[in-house]
Design a protein around this ligand. Structure first.
Ligand code: DMJ
Length: 644
């Protein structure tokens, strides 16, 4: 092995360095390296000097020279007459080659111009300094506002027109029976109480603390004031005929709702409450602003889908687009009820914009799920968005799973029953759920338990109670014409959930209840005894009422209305309670936005005629925001000409 350091350096002939014959016409291109190096050093020193001189000139004169069309004074110049030794220079102030030299007169004019500009700039600076700090700040603000206005104009471009679906039954529904009318008016009065207090104490915040009388927010909305209650409440205000309140909400949204905030939000919650709420408000009122805001917001959610599988992250930062999953979710997984509850809103977004991007995202999720093996035909609640593999084998029709099943059924309904693929997935899933999760208690109550790693937990959540309504809604069109069976199943779930209310002191339902060890439809653990103004039981009463007109559902709904008014109403709004079995309950001091979006809406509809938002024409998203049925020409999308 030779050591390079021991080689005789002087004896080595280095290959010639070619610096370009045209640059050195009088030199052979075979100069020694040392000569070339020195030459290069001189050259770069000279260039640096010239640059330095240029940068030390006053700013205004540098710019003005370009304005005057005198760029040529800065053209790099090669002086071939000097044999390459005095190679190049920037011609500054007329020095150098004949062609670029200015006459004495021109130079004089240029100098005067530079001097005048310089003095003018100095004067302007002096003027600025005379202004107060406030004046300067006001000027800066005005400039900023101008920029924001320009951006807004750009963002508010009208979307391509699409034929609007037939909007039937968007108001009235006034019942003839004075008793029912009175009940309906009571619900409307409760809505007004909830809204007015939010308006007074929590305006612009996401939710209201009705006892502390101030704004409230949970981490699902991030750390920004996005007015969740306003957006969630809009369509309820509209159908109740609270038009002044609706207009107030619209004005706030128009002027203040900005999604460019540095806030990490839940993709699912923002979709069902904000996009769902805005779309419903748009369809009901026809006001473009809601559609535009919905589309802007959807654009902010799209980066959440940038995962190796296309299964979105649970959370996304609205500004940076960075996504991640909940820390508590099994093995870094996304949640079935979250990534599986986007379909309705996203199909409508594609329909309204003519942009298939939203539709493609949700169809990709569906296709991926279709390809996967399902243990016992059940969908586990956890799916890892990096690997595309299931997490823990836990299946639920309540929290973490619920609205995924709901959206399969509603995708079919919303497509005017053309999306048969969704209906098949729903039918398959429900069959497996009935086989493995639905049981009768010793006392004869039908309940839906949870599947955890191969065993059935005999516990049902308040959230699971929505399924009664879902079974009834899906009865028509069910496989093997089991409509009667599913309507009956819906009625049984409604009955069980009513029992969970009736067996408490406050006649309000607990968060979760058991069917185990002699316990039937009663909460056992202290941390499952709360009621946070949830809608699911009332939602099921309403669907059952629409399909059967059995007066017991209106009766049960009225019991719940009275209990809420008695135990949850405070002078500053409505609050959840911490223990439904206690005769002196304490409040949780939160007026949830879904109380206005769902609980009060379903109660109002329960005491209205069926011609208000008829189910043949409207499909309610999981936050009770009604979206019209799209009469599509094929199984997916064609409402918008862009899809044809
Ligand atoms: C609502 O935000 C929606 O209904 C969601 O699907 C789950 N539950 C809450 C209210 O309980």
């Amino acid at each position: 092995m030779t050591t390079p350091a021991l080689l005789p350096l002087s004896g080595r002939r280095l290959p010639p360095l070619n610096l370009g014959a045209s640059a050195f016409p009088h030199h052979r291109a075979t100069l020694r390296l040392s000569e070339k190096f020195i030459l290069l050093l001189i050259l770069s020193a000279f260039i640096t000097l010239c640059f330095g001189a240029f940068f030390f000139l006053p700013d205004s004169s540098k710019h003005k020279r370009f304005d005057l069309g005198l760029e040529d004074v800065l053209i790099p110049h090669v002086d071939t007459s000097k044999g390459g030794k005095n190679l190049a220079g920037f011609l500054i102030h007329g020095q150098g080659h004949d062609e670029h030299r200015h006459t004495g007169k021109e130079e004089e004019r240029l100098r005067n111009k530079i001097r005048a500009d310089h003095e003018k700039a100095l004067e302007e600076a002096k003027e600025k300094l005379k202004k107060s700090r406030d004046e300067i700040q006001a000027e800066i603000q005005t400039e900023k506002n101008k920029v924001v206005q320009e951006l807004k104009k750009k963002d508010s471009k009208p979307l391509p027109p699409v034929p609007l679906p037939n909007l039937i039954g968007i108001n009235s529904g006034e019942p003839a029976d004075p008793d029912i009318r009175e009940k309906r008016n009571k619900v409307k009065e409760m809505m007004k109480h909830a809204w007015d207090n939010y308006r007074q104490y929590g305006w612009g915040h996401n939710e209201l603390k009705p006892i502390a009388r101030k704004g409230h927010s949970t981490n699902i909305f991030g750390n920004s004031q996005l007015g969740a209650t306003i957006v969630d409440a809009l369509d309820t205000l509209y159908i109740m005929g609270l038009h002044d309140e609706f207009r107030e909400g619209q004005e706030w949204i128009d002027k203040n709702l900005d999604f460019g905030v540095n806030s990490e939000v839940s993709v699912f919650e923002v979709n069902i409450r904000f996009i769902g709420g805005l779309l419903a408000a748009y369809y009901l009122s026809g006001q473009e602003v809601f559609k535009i805001k919905a589309v802007q917001l959807a654009g902010k959610l799209l980066p959440a889908f940038n995962t190796p599988t296309g299964i979105p992250w649970a959370m996304v930062n609205l500004k940076s687009g960075v996504g991640r999953n909940w820390g508590w979710a099994s093995a870094g997984s996304s949640i079935l009820a979250e990534f599986g509850t986007l379909h309705m809103e996203f199909v409508h977004l594609s329909y309204l914009t003519g942009d298939p991007v939203y539709y493609n995202k949700v169809m990709h999720i569906r296709k991926l799920l279709q390809k996967m093996d399902r243990p016992n035909g059940l969908y586990p609640n956890y799916l890892n968005p990096r690997t595309g593999r299931w997490g823990q084998h836990h299946t639920s029709v309540g929290g973490l799973g619920d609205s995924f099943y709901e959206y399969l059924l509603k995708a079919w309904l919303m497509s005017d029953k053309m999306d048969t693929e969704a209906r098949k997935m729903y039918d398959d899933a429900i069959e497996a759920i009935e086989k493995h999760l639905i049981r009768k208690s010793n006392g004869g109550l039908t309940f839906i338990g949870e599947w955890k790693n191969g065993h059935l937990e005999r516990k049902m959540g308040h959230l699971t109670c929505f399924a009664g309504g879902m079974f009834a809604l899906g009865a028509d069109g069910s496989r093997d014409d089991k409509a009667g069976h599913y309507l009956q199943l819906g009625a049984e779930i409604a009955h069980t959930c009513h029992e969970s209310y009736d067996r408490t002191t406050l006649k309000l339902g607990p968060e979760a209840f058991k069917f185990d060890g002699g316990v039937e439809a009663v909460a056992v653990r202290q941390n499952e005894k709360y009621y946070i103004l949830r809608p699911e039981v009332i939602e099921t009463y309403w669907y059952m009422w629409r399909f059967t007109h059995d007066p017991k559902y209106r009766q049960w709904g009225w019991e719940a209305t009275q209990a809420i008014d008695k135990y949850c109403r405070v002078s500053g709004g409505f609050s959840g309670v911490k223990d439904v079995y206690s005769s002196s309950p304490t409040y949780d001091d939160v007026q949830q936005s879904f109380f206005l979006a769902e609980t009060l809406k379903y109660l109002y509809l329960l005491f209205s005629n069926d011609d208000l938002l008829p189910l043949d024409n409207w499909v309610f998203n999981t936050e009770a925001h009604p979206l019209p049925v799209l009469h599509l020409a094929n199984t997916t999308l064609s409402g918008n000409p862009a899809y044809r």
